[in-house]
Write a protein that binds this ligand. Structure first.
Ligand SMILES: NC(=O)c1ccc[n+]([C@@H]2O[C@H](COP(=O)([O-])OP(=O)(O)OC[C@H]3O[C@@H](n4cnc5c(N)ncnc54)[C@H](O)[C@@H]3O)[C@@H](O)[C@H]2O)c1
Length: 487
């Protein structure tokens, strides 16, 4: 395992190379006209990064010129992929992303690193004068929003979040239809994230050693240097708080994002609560596999159900609700939208009649939407605007803060206490307990965690109450990898 010395990001390097006057408000380096080639760099070439190599390369006059990954094996895989796609021009490989950002032949970067790196990678890219496409959740911690937005504004960068559902043609049409008022006002929203995930196990001889091809100092970056107890090095960082945000910060940001969008992006809820647990899986993961949230966005009540447990042992399938596994149900006075990525349908309230279909394209145009803004230097038409995306990422953070500061509660205690006045939440609990029963889980012996109420000051958009000062809400960064105080 190679280790690179990292003493932060030296912005002076950029000022020396490109000239101080150029740093604020200059267009993407080589993009001068509507059809000019946009040259990209990729930061993070794991599962999603590799998919981006095909996705962006499929656009007209868009080309990757360099890849960075802390794991040289992933970088090499990425180069092979570009070659197999027919790319003839050479692709630079930089294990240290600062070397990629140093290049003068890159207009924009696509960031598909783990969550704990998103803020720093994005800020450093803005400082280096690159436009940015950054994967969701755009932040790993709530406090990262402001410095990211400040950097994008200061350096006048185009920043798009990888929340591609906002580009889904079916969802765009469905929202238009709802906004036309034909089926009345929205009265309630249900978010659904039912995935059939499995346990991640535990390392045989912990701590797990990173693969020899990984520069672990660069991989770890701002995260704390804690023993790795998981079996698989890549991807499973999602389920460890130090680096990931659980599935409420992995799959669910997509659904939380479209809920916020359909409700007019009203900002953060004044209050959120939750109940959940990591049931059945006795493994190294820390995040819950059942997590139910309730809050109001604007004045609309939202219940969000995350449920990653199979329907029953031996049946590798996720449950569903009203025919939907991953998506949302938007109930209006005169009908109900059911759908998500790829569009959906509007049904009568009793679900018996399909009023209208809205077939979508899974947000296929999201990358082009970014490239168009890079060329026009105009962020107005961006579908994944950074400021909005930080707000929807914050919904995941609020959910996890609620869970992590909560206390054990049996199903009976939930039923008779926190959920007693909500028939909808009681119905969720009934379904979950029936499912848990099939796994021989008795919540009187293995209780849920009833989250604490998290509250947000509407005037500042910041956490309020006791939790605001707790270490959970003020996480640490590893020395040398703190966020810059000033953009
Ligand atoms: N928009 C979507 O639909 C979607 C889908 C999947 C994943 N994602 C997001 O993409 C991101 C990556 O997910 P993944 O599944 O590809 O994870 P992954 O673990 O497979 O890949 C992450 C890659 O980043 C690399 N990396 C770590 N530190 C780095 C650094 N300092 N510089 C450069 N590379 C570094 C890792 O070595 C790894 O190759 C996550 O934030 C995830 O939420 C988005």
């Amino acid at each position: 395992m190679k280790t690179t010395h990292f003493s932060g990001f030296d912005r002076r390097r950029f000022i020396q190379t490109i000239g101080a006057s150029a740093l604020a408000g200059f267009p993407a380096l080589g993009v001068e006209g509507a059809n000019d080639k946009v040259r990209l760099g990729l930061i993070g070439c794991g599962g999603k990064g590799e998919a981006h190599l095909a996705y962006f390369s499929g656009l007209k006059n868009v080309e990757f010129v360099a890849i960075s990954d802390a794991d040289t094996a992933h970088m090499a895989k990425g180069v092979k992929k570009l070659e197999s796609q027919g790319q003839k021009t050479p692709v630079g490989q930089h294990q240290d992303y600062r070397d990629l950002l140093d290049r003068q032949d890159i207009d924009a970067v696509v960031i598909a690193s783990p969550n704990h790196w998103h803020a720093l990678h994005c800020i450093h890219a803005c400082q280096a004068g690159k436009d940015v496409y950054v994967e969701k959740p755009v932040t790993h911690k709530m406090s990262e929003s402001a410095p990211m937005i400040a950097a994008a504004e200061k350096y006048d960068r185009i920043v798009q979040a990888g929340t591609q559902n906002r580009s889904d043609t079916g969802l765009i049409d469905a929202l238009d239809f709802i906004q036309s008022g034909e089926i009345g006002k929205i009265t309630a929203v249900r978010g659904l994230c039912y995935r059939n995930r499995d346990s991640i196990g535990r390392a045989k001889n912990p701590p797990l050693k990173p693969p020899s091809t990984v520069d672990y100092n660069l991989w770890l970056g701002p995260a704390l240097d804690l023993p790795l107890l998981r079996k698989r090095f890549h991807y499973d960082w999602h389920w460890i708080w130090n680096t990931g945000n659980g599935d409420i910060g992995n799959q669910a940001p997509h659904e939380l994002d479209i809920i916020s969008w359909f409700l007019g992006d009203p900002g953060l809820p004044a209050q959120m609560n939750s109940f959940g647990q990591r049931f059945v899986w006795d493994d190294a993961g820390q995040s819950p596999n059942m997590q139910t949230l309730w809050f109001e966005l604007g004045d609309v009540p939202v219940i969000f159900e995350l449920n990653d447990l199979w329907i029953k042992p031996g049946t590798n399938a996720a449950p569903s609700y009203k025919g939907t596994r991953v998506g949302m149900i938007v109930t209006c006075e005169g009908g109900e939208f059911r759908g998500g990525r790829g569009g959906g349908n509007i049904f009568s309230l009793d679900g018996k009649n399909k009023i209208q279909k809205f077939p979508g394209d899974a947000g296929n145009g999201h990358a082009q939407n970014f490239i168009d803004a890079v060329r026009s230097r105009n962020s107005d038409g961006l579908h994944g605007k950074l400021a909005r995306s930080t707000q929807t990422a914050a919904l995941s953070h609020l959910a996890n803060l609620s869970h992590r500061s909560g206390s054990p509660a049996t199903g009976k205690e939930l039923r008779e206490g926190a959920l007693a006045s909500s028939p909808d939440l009681l119905e969720v609990l009934d379904r979950q307990e029936a499912q848990l029963d099939r796994w021989s889980v008795d919540t009187s012996k293995t209780p849920y965690i009833l989250g604490s109420d998290v509250t947000v000051d509407p005037s500042t958009g910041k956490l309020s109450g006791e939790l605001a000062n707790s270490p959970l809400a003020n996480p640490q960064y590893r020395k040398g990898f703190t966020l810059p105080e000033k953009a």
